[in-house]
Design a protein around this ligand. Sequence first.
Ligand SMILES: Nc1ncnc2c1ncn2[C@@H]1O[C@H](COP(=O)(O)OP(=O)(O)OP(=O)(O)O)[C@@H](O)[C@H]1O
Ligand SMILES: [Mg+2]
Length: 355
Amino acid sequence: MSEIKLKELIKNFGGNSIAVDNLSEVFPDGEFVCLLGPSGCGKTTTLRMIAGLETPDSGEILHGDKIFFSSKTGELVKTENRNLGLMFQSYALWPHMTVYKNIIFGLDMQKKTSEEKEKRYLELEKLFHLENFRDRYPSELSGGQQQRVALARMLAIKPSLLLLDEPLSNLDSSLRLEMRSELKRLHQSIGCTIIFVTHDQMEAMTLATLIAVMNNGKIEQIDKPMEIYNNPKSLFVAKFVGSPQMNIINTDKDKELALCLSNKLNIQKNSVKNFGVRPESIKMVKNNEGDINAIIETIQPTGADWIIGLNIFNKSLFLISSDHPIAKENESVGVIFKSEGCHSFDSQDLRIHKN
Ligand SMILES: Nc1ncnc2c1ncn2[C@@H]1O[C@H](COP(=O)(O)OP(=O)(O)OP(=O)(O)O)[C@@H](O)[C@H]1O
Ligand SMILES: [Mg+2]
């Protein structure tokens, strides 16, 4: 097991924008890394280059001290020689093979003995709770069971690196939750490096030990999930992680609100282009008892929490709270900004301040 190192990796498919733009990054050994970002930002292309399914235009990919690809030396290791476990959105099992045959497929390719195959199968059967399914065909399994077989098949050859591209996106929400815990458990028990692509920030927050937020073919920030959430380095990262999204207050367009925040946070407004306030950092109090007054626009109960839409000088903001709302729609309330969830960003959209 060892780290994955990307050096000045470039992939251009010839369109207007570059898919992966001079990417240099290290994914340390044993981490569960989520590549997170909007559609088209280059996540799949990055993963496919690490897998050897796409050849970079230039740069280097290293796994420990093993060179997978180098445009300098011309080295290129084939996918089958990279010792990877791969799983994509369509994880299609072989329909004409039983669960047993599907799982030992890679071992068959490696010409392992019957004893070796049986031993490994029994280990995987136990790990993925697949007892009783040995002789069934994929069509006789539920979606979640099929996914577990696909994971077992991927792990059969004991890969030192797992590459997963949105493998849970075809599942309904309860199965996704189940598979997320399965993957987390798997990572804790086998400890190999996992690179997991998703555009679902919730999935990244719950699964990853490290989140790499991608934008326009580059990684904007790589950090532990809570660090990404609490200390986003840029406006892009701040907006991408969190639901409801961070409220963004522009110092030109939302002057009154920006003035209130700069007074409250004791920051010189001149250097700030945008303030960012997490929804859970806004508290409702009685009218005239807060930093500023607001009108309640909407009240949305989610069960555990309330998402409240507020209007302050024609700017809409969202707050989230587990407290029952103290007023009704169209009524006026006071609002307090808690400084720990307030950020400010400069004209380059980089964070300049956090309390
Ligand atoms: N084979 C290809 N030929 C041409 N352009 C491609 C090819 N594959 C990807 N691209 C382009 O490269 C960019 C990055 O694509 P990529 O598939 O890596 O995005 P992604 O982050 O995985 O997006 P999504 O979340 O939608 O899967 C996109 O602009 C895409 O259109
Ligand atoms: Mg993709």
